[in-house]
Design a protein around this ligand. Structure first.
Ligand code: AVJ
Ligand code: FE
Length: 449
């Protein structure tokens, strides 16, 4: 087994995380039957039962076997596209859950024999599939947050603390040139995860110095209200705002396309949506969600701005005015400590976005972690010195293949599996993920401090 030198959690913490991660996976589907678990809801997403079987298969492969794919390719994501997976012979709900527990029992039996970093990979893999499952659950007719999870949410301190965050942002903006932006001088910034820090995926290593020209980044993500204003102003008809590929994506959408984020529909002059609850007005004060890269890019251009590069985004998230712009190594916007419910809208239990800046998260831009994934200008590509870690197909097959990087996690991301250096990626036309944007701009003539 590959050994990677990184600070691993204690055995006790890993065991606890395996158990609580499984509890969450099962809680999400607790109220669903065989028909819903095997239903094709969106050709871009696997039937839920495939995700469940794949979670168990992945755990078996990495923690019970030697990491080889094995004979049966039912749960090999490269062997069957998501659209094809409903045609596979998949288990019933009971069979699948039985299989998941059988694997888990064996894993616990030989817990000490595995590399902690690989156990962490397995935990994070299951958590990542939770988010994919939530992408489907949003679209599953009649799905509501399970009672047990709502009770858990009520117990946690996930209470929006409106106003507090915005005040903090105002108090700490030494580099800011304007109310709504935070400026960074040109310089060499530290990007990526270093060995000896907390867990990171292969594509986040290693920490390296990256030259960045002067830029400014928006204090908050673009809200649904700002996006609705752009739609009303004719954003989807204004060809000049769109990239060539974006405009052809738009032209290829059928007559029924509403010219709005995925799931939005007009009722009178109110934008409504329905995931995880009844049809209700979109919260205009929350970040816009379910837009693709083309839409994010067009919105930015229409506002005399652009998407940040993933490096600018990482600098913005790590910003600490107390140490200046160079102090950009922090793992989370609030510091190097773990997430807790008041720090960011992560970990799923909000079952949606909150008004921007509701939670007290750090010193710089608000809502960098949680709420919505933020599209960046960057294509997914390896960092200098990239080496695949353990799961060779985690990142490498997706490099330089037209995927765009998203940063920061969404409300549907488990807190353990995201940080300032975490990199997600998807195709520029995809809208099923919990994705929005934040603006950035060049600054001319703002040199090293
Ligand atoms: C990192 C979210 C892009 O879902 O394709 C899950 C995560 N990799 N199983 C994906 C993943 C293998 C991956 N993303
Ligand atoms: Fe997977």
């Amino acid at each position: 087994m590959v050994q990677v030198e990184q600070r691993a959690a204690s055995a006790e913490d890993l065991l606890q995380a395996l158990i609580s991660t499984r509890a969450r996976t099962l809680a999400l589907v607790a109220e669903l039957g065989d028909e819903q678990l095997s239903r094709v809801v969106d050709p871009l997403l696997s039937p839920l039962i495939w995700d469940l079987g794949h979670i168990a298969r992945f755990e078996q492969r990495w923690l019970l076997e030697d990491g080889a794919e094995g004979q049966d390719d039912t749960y090999d994501p490269f062997a069957h596209t998501r659209a094809q997976r409903s045609g596979l012979s998949l288990p019933t709900r009971d069979e699948c859950i039985e299989r998941m527990s059988a694997v888990r029992e064996l894993v616990i039996g030989r817990f000490e024999q595995n590399d902690p970093a690989v156990i962490e990979l397995v935990i994070q893999h299951e958590q990542q599939h939770n988010e994919t499952m939530l992408q489907l659950l949003r679209q599953l007719e009649g799905y509501r947050p399970p009672t047990a999870l709502l009770e858990q949410a009520a117990l946690s301190a996930l209470e929006p603390r409106k106003g507090l965050r915005a005040a903090a942002a105002r108090a700490y903006r030494p580099g800011a040139r304007r109310e709504d932006w935070i400026a960074f001088p040109a310089g060499e910034y530290r990007i990526g995860a270093g060995l000896g820090e907390s867990f990171a995926h292969d594509n986040e290593f290693g920490a390296h110095s990256h030259p960045i020209a002067a830029f400014e980044i928006a204090v908050q993500p673009v809200t649904a209200g700002q996006y609705a204003d752009w739609i009303a102003a004719g954003g989807y008809e204004d060809r000049t705002a769109w990239s060539v590929l974006g405009w052809s994506w738009l032209a290829a959408q059928g007559q029924s396309f509403s010219g709005a984020p995925d799931g939005w529909q007009l009722e009178g002059d109110t934008w409504m949506h329905s995931g995880f609850g009844p049809l209700r007005p979109v919260d205009l004060s929350a970040p816009v969600c379910h837009i693709n890269w083309f839409e994010a890019d067009a919105f930015a251009r229409a506002h005399d701005a652009r998407l940040p590069t993933e490096f600018e985004w990482e600098v913005g998230a790590s910003y600490d005015p107390r140490v200046g712009a160079a102090g950009t190594a922090r793992s989370h916007p609030w510091g190097d400590t773990e997430w807790s419910p008041g720090t960011a809208n992560l970990d799923q239990l909000a079952f949606g976005t909150l008004p921007v800046g509701s939670l007290d998260q750090g010193y710089g831009p608000v809502d960098m972690l949680g709420q919505v994934w933020e599209w960046t200008a960057s294509e997914f590509a390896p960092y200098p010195g990239f080496a695949p870690f353990a799961y060779v197909d985690y990142s490498a097959p997706f490099f330089n293949a037209g995927y765009r990087v998203l940063r920061g996690g969404s409300w549907a991301t488990r807190a353990r599996s995201v940080s300032n250096h975490f990199r997600n990626w998807d195709r520029p036309q995809r809208r099923q993920l919990f994705s929005g944007l934040r603006l950035a701009r060049d600054i001319v003539g703002f040199g090293p401090a």
